[in-house]
Design a protein around this ligand. Structure first.
Ligand code: CA
Length: 229
């Protein structure tokens, strides 16, 4: 990435748009603003932002529809959804369509900056090594080995696939549907209870305190996230 990261905010609420611009500029980002979905698409292909901060409730176009159009065009710009409280269905739909993360309004600017750091980190080159070290947890993708605090841990094939899916997208939320399809196959998507059982078992094997997990985080009503730092 050359120079300052570019953030396109797509938000029709003037107050929030103003706050976003001030905060992001102050933290070293270049900011462009769009108020409608049409403006957002124009800015995307003219300005090529690194991350789009996308409100789902826009005056002209549904934000979910915008995500669909952006991904259908083959554009892989990171998209962080800004969703209203209670907009769970739209949020999950947007994530399933290829949005990368979300923030529920009202959110703190600290939280926003943390999510942007995560979104921008995805842009870095993929690591060449097969062994990933997360402090107390080491995962060897090539040999399918997991070590926790120096001890080898045996995972079932399904547990391994779930962990691999989450670790492959560090710090990114994966929806229930994404995980189910990736691990169980394309015919799945509604069987959230499968995930609850397997994630609970995984936590018992890799977390120091399974009831207060450090690595395998639940995103209520949405999915799971692997914390990589
Ligand atoms: Ca709105």
């Amino acid at each position: 990435m050359n120079g300052r990261p570019r953030i396109l905010t797509v938000e029709d609420e003037p107050q929030l748009r103003h706050t976003l611009r001030l905060t992001l500029s102050r933290h070293g980002f270049d900011v462009e603003e769009a108020v409608t979905g049409t403006e957002a698409l124009a800015a995307l292909f003219r300005w090529h932002p690194d991350v789009i901060l996308l409100d789902l409730g826009l005056p002209d176009l549904d934000g979910v529809e915008l995500v669909r159009q952006i991904r259908a065009s083959g554009n892989a710009t990171r998209i962080v959804i800004l969703s209203a409280r209670g907009g769970e269905r739209e949020k999950v739909l947007a994530l399933d369509l290829g949005a990368d993360d979300y923030l529920t309004k009202p959110f703190s600017m600290d939280e926003l900056l943390a999510r942007l750091r995560v979104a921008l980190r995805h842009l870095g080159p993929p690591t060449a090594s097969n062994v990933h070290d997360f402090g107390e947890l080491q995962i060897d993708f090539l040999h399918r080995q997991v070590h926790v605090r120096g001890q080898a841990v045996k995972l079932s094939p399904t547990e391994w696939e779930i962990l691999k899916a989450l670790v492959s997208e560090p710090n990114r939320v994966l929806t229930h549907k994404t995980l189910l399809r990736q691990v169980w196959g394309p015919a799945y998507g509604e069987e959230e209870h499968y995930l609850h059982v397997y994630v609970a078992n995984l936590r018992k094997k890799i977390e120091a305190d399974p009831r207060n997990p450090h690595y395998l985080l639940t995103e209520p009503g949405v999915g799971y996230r692997f914390r990589a730092d």
